[in-house]
Structure formats: C-alpha cells, structure tokens
Design a protein around this ligand. Sequence first.
Ligand code: PML
Ligand code: MG
Length: 238
Amino acid sequence: MNYFSVRMRADSAGQHISGAERIVREYEVPAVCAALSERALTHPKGMAENTFITVEALAESDILHVPAVGVKVEAVQSPSQARDIIEELLRPMTAHSQVVIEETFSARNMRGAMLIAADAGTRCEPDARRGVRVSHMDACGASEEEFKGKDAAREAIVLASKVAAHPDVLAEVCVSDDPAYTTGYVCIDGTYHRLPHIKEPGSDEGARAFIIKPGADVEALIDYLENRAVLVDFEAEK
Ligand code: PML
Ligand code: MG
C-alpha cells in the first residue's frame, strides 16, 4: 500500500460546514488527520459539531495522473463584472449560461456540485440538494511555496484539474459558499480563470456547476468524480 486517501467532512445541525481531503504517503497520515480536524473546528461558518475522517489505503495502480490546468487571473472589480465574464466564457459551450449563473449563485450549503446539461440547461444529478461531491484527489509535485496559505485556491485548482480531465465535462463554474471567500473561477478549455470579487463579502450564496456534454454517460461521470483516485501533476506545468 503506497498511498492513503484521507477525507474529512463536517456538519452542524445537519448543515454542511466543511470538507477537504488529501492523498498522501503513510507517514503523513497522522499529521494530515490533525490538520483536517482542526480545519473543521475553526471554520468561518462556525465550529463543526460533527467531524468525520476516513482513511483508506490505495494501491499505486489505482491512481490516475492528470495534468494541472493553467491559471489565469482575470481583472475583476465587482460581482456584476464577474457575471459578465462568466457569461462570455460560457457562451461558446452553452446557450444556457444565464441558467448556469442563476443556479450557481442562488444555491446554498450544497455538499457537492450540480451537473447541468449544455444542450438543455437542465440539472442531471440524482440528488439536486446534495449534488455530486468530487473526491479522491490531491496535488502531485506542487511545492508548498506555490500554495503557501492558500488552501482554498490549491484545493480548487486540484479539483478543477480532476474535473476538466474528464472528456464529458465542458466547463466548471465555482462560487465559494464561504461568506469570507469572494474569489471564484470558471475552468474551461484547460484554463482556470480566477475571478476575484465574484460575490459580496458576507454572502452565503454559492456552489459549483459542471456543464456536461450532450449524451454524456452521467452515471459513469459521477463514478469518476466521486471515486476515481487522481493525482494532479503540477510538474507538467513547469
Ligand atoms: C471553495 O470554497 O471550495 C471554493 C474555493 C474557490 C477558490 C478560488 C481561488 O481562490 O482560486
Ligand atoms: Mg466549501
């Protein structure tokens, strides 16, 4: 057993508070469990009442390596400008970009992401309240310096790279539901467009949406997103 998947999720009174995960070597498991449990206890949404940590052995042959997406920071001054940029980026992929924007900004406290069909603009995930939780992923070859103090961005780039590597995903839109976190992104054509000021500080709105290809095998896509162990290769970027 070469690697372990370490996953944390936390809630209070049935409301999702926090979720995070790593794929690490055996010697790193205790420290990673400590860091993830601390995170649930000090979350800006409030101290989690319940924290669940799962540690699961993975064989090296179970792990898929995918390249990291490139990052481009967009010059955004306000939430309305961010929405215009999202619209512009999504337009070539779907006629329903406004539906995607409305759904993403009006959601609250979803554990996972929405799946939205590019052709019909309709939701495709089996549980619309929960969404699809992307799991079993981490960075490989990224120096700590690159991400120092930027856990949210690091995890989002890792997640976006796993999602973008699936051929049935055309784009992703993300607005953090963390009231203190006002940077979001659109990932499309291998580029993660970082969008500062995507929402007003203090707002609990936000979710992720994946825009999926017409005719996609939704069940197979969900299995990949939730269960396939993926290491995102940052070396390939350098
Ligand atoms: C989240 O809360 O999980 C989303 C974080 C988005 C990070 C965006 C960035 O800083 O690049
Ligand atoms: Mg969150």
